[in-house]
Design a protein around this ligand. Structure first.
Ligand code: ADP
Length: 646
């Protein structure tokens, strides 16, 4: 949606309601405890805060744009005057201003008794035209300057949001949907532009215009000015009455829009499952249900806004009629000229525009504030795994001794996933985590890279608590090969280089060779430049794993975490991959999670986890002989009978 709209376009968008221009939606962030949401700042405070952030670096363009806008508005205020003089000249009531008669006198005068009057009227007609042209030109320029400023504000806010959101801990992303986060970064950030270009700027311009019109009207006739003021007061009351339902509806529209985008995202991410299970019709229905909620909320908003516009228009017709009637009485009483009626009627009609603008301005500001709140919900969120103030950099390669001391963890209160885990990994050793699904293996590995912090106990690296090391340097020294390789929609080479973007071509090739990926990459016509498709869909499972492994080789970290690296691969590919894995593990501290005994049998120590407890530990040879979970799992995998539980 292009929001580079000027005032009137913005109004059009508002009227179309469903376009959700009023950045809104106060859908609270899911489940993560949110201290910010508890004390909701007022609309004014939110708007002021948003502007404070946004105007940084934009002060001069804004001041220039506002000066232009105001001068355009002042020039526009001259508009009814030429018409007044024309009517006065035709009615022959009052004396024309000397400057205008002087200009008219230097023009060629037409023949006949009214030649001079016609020349005078011609000057006024040209004046009428010039006022419009100059005012339109200034408005165009100022809109351009101010909209450009507004869009730059969106750009800066988006970059800031994106940078912030991707640094938020994994727990935040677990608890929020991608669709919602996407909406906040891409659309809610437009709240700054709508606040500025559809709220603040038209608000200031309309106020100045209003004051100007009121000044002229009161000077012409205070009682007529008073009637106009009364109409304005009724209008303000009307606007305030409509404020709450409008905000509620525009919030609902954004909430539903955000859910629509979440629905699309979730269906497309799971497109293979959708198609494989033939659930397209179900998904379409579900989408239609969500979209129809958005549709009906948008319709309700449109009806409300259109009704408000009609109310405003009727109110102004009433005001204009009253002004004309009062002015006509003055003319009959000889207190005013006929031109003054035109002048006052012109100003009364001109009042319509700024007052109408102000009514939308209130809506726009409300909508922007709702959007801004959603932006601040993200920006105010501090990472729970951020660097400690005295965190130190790991400026040398660690030896790689990793120790877990009574580590406990759970994702949700009252649901422990890991309980008092004690574990020591000597430098360069390999340990395997084995156990049934859901035992807590991946969780344990996640604690090492500080995707989460333990709730109790601590993890040390070379004797120091990992919470005392900067996140960047800690993660720099750990390479993860996840169960499901994470590939980006780029070339094979770019995907491998993701772990070390400035690595040389020779290092890239060496990493690919070590990971056993070199042969298949070479066999592709484009080699390293071959695109992998979104999430690597153009490659086989084994090829993706090898690229993921090559990434870990290239990173050359001292600590390696391998999360079920051979899952889903056939026996031959697994055997080949194991050779590469062992190469990667050599000399590095390695944690390997696997269900495959062929993968774990050569490690130094096997840790058997069950429901978050370490139930057994030892080498493969020892554990295989020991009655217990490991032996049962082993027998199960090898088709041997498992002893019945007593
Ligand atoms: P494993 O790797 O042994 O299969 P996990 O560590 O993945 O087990 O999961 C352990 C438990 O924690 C499971 O009950 C799982 O449902 C839960 N769990 C895992 N990840 C999350 C998460 N991000 N949020 C909430 N619960 C989670």
């Amino acid at each position: 949606m292009n929001r580079a709209s000027n005032d009137s376009v913005g109004e059009g968008i508002n009227a179309a309601a469903g376009s959700a221009d009023v950045a809104a939606a106060a859908k609270p962030l899911a489940s993560v405890a949110d201290p910010v949401a508890k004390r909701r700042p007022g609309a004014f405070a939110v708007a002021a805060r948003l502007l404070r952030i946004a105007v940084r670096g934009e002060l001069w363009p804004i001041l220039a744009g506002l000066a232009l806008m105001l001068s355009g508005a002042l020039v526009g205020l001259l508009q009814p005057w030429p018409l007044k003089f024309i009517v006065d000249a035709l009615a022959g009531g009052t004396k024309p201003p000397p400057l205008l008669t002087h200009i008219a006198s230097v023009l060629p005068q037409g023949a006949g008794p009214h030649g001079a009057t016609l020349a005078y009227i011609s000057v006024l007609c040209v004046g009428l035209l010039l006022i419009s042209i100059v005012s339109a030109g200034i408005n165009l320029l100022s809109t351009w300057v101010l909209v450009a400023s507004g869009l730059r504000m969106v750009f800066k806010l988006r970059c800031r949001m994106f940078d912030h959101i991707q640094r938020l801990p994994v727990s935040f992303h677990d608890a929020s949907t991608v669709g919602d986060s996407l909406y906040r970064v891409t659309w809610d950030t437009y709240s700054v532009q709508s606040l500025f270009n559809q709220g603040l700027v038209p608000g200031i311009t309309a106020t100045v215009t209003l004051v100007g019109i009121a000044f002229v009207m009161v000077r012409q006739d205070w009682s007529i000015g008073l009637v106009t003021l009364l109409v304005a007061i009724v209008l303000v009351v009307l606007i305030r009455r409509l404020e709450k339902p409008t905000t509620e509806l525009s919030t609902a529209v954004h909430e539903h829009e955000s859910s629509v985008s979440t629905r699309v995202q979730q269906t497309l991410v799971g497109i293979r499952a959708v198609q494989a299970f033939g659930r397209e019709a179900f998904e379409s229905d579900r989408f239609a249900q969500q979209a129809s909620k958005s549709l009906s909320a948008s319709l309700r908003l449109t009806v409300l806004q259109t009704a408000a516009q009609s109310g405003v228009a009727i109110l102004f017709a009433f005001g204009t009629a009253a002004v004309v009637w009062l002015a006509a009485r003055r003319v009959i009483a000889g207190q005013m000229s006929a031109g003054d009626v035109v002048l006052l009627a012109g100003y009364a009609a001109m009042l319509f525009k700024p007052l109408e603008t102000l009514s939308y301005t209130a809506n726009s500001i409300q909508g922007s504030v709702a959007g801004a709140r959603r932006v601040f919900e993200i920006l105010d969120r501090r990472s729970s795994v951020a660097d400690a103030t005295n965190a130190r950099m790991l400026d040398h390669r660690p030896q790689g001794e990793v120790v877990l001391k009574k580590v406990s963890f759970g994702y949700r209160p009252g649901l422990p996933v890991l309980r008092e885990i004690d574990l020591r990994m000597p430098p360069g050793s390999a340990i395997a985590l084995v156990g049934p699904s859901g035992a807590g293996k991946t969780t344990l590995a996640s604690l090492l890279v500080r995707f989460y912090d333990p709730l109790a106990g601590c993890i040390t690296l070379d004797g120091g608590d990992i919470r005392g090391i900067t996140l960047e340097s800690l993660r720099h020294n750990i390479a993860i090969v996840p169960q499901e390789p994470v590939l980006f929609d780029a070339s094979i080479g770019e995907n491998i280089l993701y772990s070390r973007p400035h690595a040389s071509g020779a290092d890239l090739e060496a990493a690919a060779r070590s990971a056993g990926a070199w042969e298949f990459i070479q066999s592709l016509p484009q080699g390293f430049d071959t695109p992998v498709g979104e999430r690597g869909v153009l490659l086989s499972g084994g090829q993706k794993q090898r690229i993921s492994l090559a990434r870990a080789f290239l990173k050359d970290a001292q600590i390696i975490v391998l999360d079920e690296p051979t899952t889903g691969l056939d026996a031959q590919t697994e055997a080949d991959l194991l050779v590469s894995l062992r190469r990667l593990m050599a000399g590095r501290t390695t944690i390997i999670i696997s269900h495959h005994f062929s993968t774990v049998r050569f490690v130094d120590q096997i840790i058997v986890l069950e429901r978050g407890h370490v139930v057994q530990r030892g080498t493969h040879e020892a554990l295989i002989k020991e009655p217990g979970l490991y032996q049962s799992l082993y027998r199960l995998q090898h088709g041997e009978p498992v002893a019945e539980a007593p």
